[in-house]
Write a protein that binds this ligand. Structure first.
Ligand code: AR6
Length: 169
């Protein structure tokens, strides 16, 4: 059974096997959590990402963590919210699922996720939280023992806590 925890903090400080990056399809960095991860990991991450030739929305690709305390960074472009009729929910579910598959492939026991797509991509927070928790709960893991959602702000933390509580009812 995977243990799920919700914490508040900065994911670039996470000492875990893998952190997830809410990237864009170029994988070449950006603002938000992506910018913070690229900055903290250092220039070798940019070089490694350039060799990956991008990533489709909902898919995931892995690099080393370089200067981060985390061993790996799993990069996934979440969907941009376009009103809910462009397959956004399925694509967000795919992001979580494919990140978990990558974590298993690299035999990770501990994985930290940010709140994918709920920043500049504007996915509605409560629904994103429900999709995140249900995707994690449905996943059949062998190596992964602990997953944390690292919320950057208290409103995000509360939304994921509620989604987790609702799922455990
Ligand atoms: N640790 C944890 N969470 C963070 C951190 C951090 N250091 N910094 C921000 N967040 P966003 P998206 C939170 O916009 O919506 C980038 O430009 C943030 O408060 O980073 O998936 C990419 O290149 C929010 O709750 O990602 C893409 O172009 C959450 O992380 C685009 O943004 C996600 O917000 C992706 O947009």
């Amino acid at each position: 059974m995977i243990k799920i925890k919700i914490i508040q903090g900065d994911i670039t400080k996470s000492s875990v096997d893998a952190i997830v990056n809410a990237a864009n399809t170029t994988l070449m960095g950006g603002g938000g959590v992506d910018g913070a991860i690229h900055h903290a990991s250092g220039p070798k991450l940019d070089e490694a990402c350039a060799k990956l030739h991008g990533c489709k929305t909902g898919e995931a690709k892995t690099t080393p963590g370089f200067n981060l305390p985390a061993k790996f960074i799993i990069h996934t472009p979440g969907p941009i919210w376009r009103g809910g009729h462009s397959n956004e929910r399925e694509l967000l579910r795919n992001s979580y699922k494919n990140c978990l598959k990558e974590a298993e492939k690299h035999q990770c026991a501990s994985v930290d996720f940010p709140s994918i797509s709920t920043g500049v991509y504007h996915f509605p927070l409560n629904e994103a939280a429900q999709i995140a928790i249900s995707s994690i709960k449905e996943f059949k893991a062998h190596f992964i023992k602990q997953i944390r959602i690292v919320a950057f702000d208290p409103v995000t933390k509360t939304a994921y806590e509620k989604a987790l509580k609702d799922k455990e009812k």
